[in-house]
Design a protein around this ligand. Structure first.
Ligand SMILES: [Mg+2]
Length: 163
């Protein structure tokens, strides 16, 4: 594993803070977004109005969007329908397979794609390995599985979010 693959290209506290103009100017035309703790708190199903509006904004700016999540097919299918965008579930991130499927759905070159997610060892590592650009956001929910909490402390060794 290359350590540089753990480093996000950009960091923002949440999806709303992402500078979409800057992404466009850097050649980004497609967005692969994580679901849990990136657009909804862990295990919740209700999409906030702000989140719905954000996805409308992405469409109006002509970004192609696809969800990629390690969540179950049922849960991922639900968000795919709610947002009207394609999705790949049971992704086993950072494995490349689901990211490859998402890239095919977007029909774009790797350098035109940005991955947005809250976890370095799944979203950022997976995206960087594919040659995508990557954006790390803070997790929406403090409620997490213990394993995730353990991974967070490992992440802190690699990247300090708020420094
Ligand atoms: Mg997540």
């Amino acid at each position: 594993m290359k350590w540089s693959n753990l480093k996000p290209d950009y960091y923002y506290p949440d999806i709303f803070s992402i500078d979409l103009d800057q992404l466009s100017s850097r050649g980004v035309r497609g967005i692969i977004s994580d679901i849990d703790n990136t657009i909804v708190p862990w295990s919740e199903e209700e999409l906030l109005k702000e989140v719905l509006d954000w996805f409308v904004d992405l469409k109006e700016r002509d970004f192609k969007v696809c969800l990629v999540s390690n969540g179950t097919g049922r849960r991922v299918g639900y968000f795919s329908r709610e947002l009207g965008i394609p999705a790949v579930g049971q992704a086993i991130k950072p494995a490349k397979r689901a990211f490859r499927q998402a890239r095919e759905k977007l029909g774009l070159a790797p350098e035109e794609i940005v991955v947005i997610g809250d976890q370095i060892f799944t979203d950022i590592l997976g995206g960087n390995r594919m040659g995508f650009q990557t954006i790390l956001v803070d997790p929406l929910s403090p409620k997490e599985f213990l394993t995730t909490r353990f991974v967070r402390s490992l992440e802190k060794l690699v990247f300090r979010r708020r420094d």
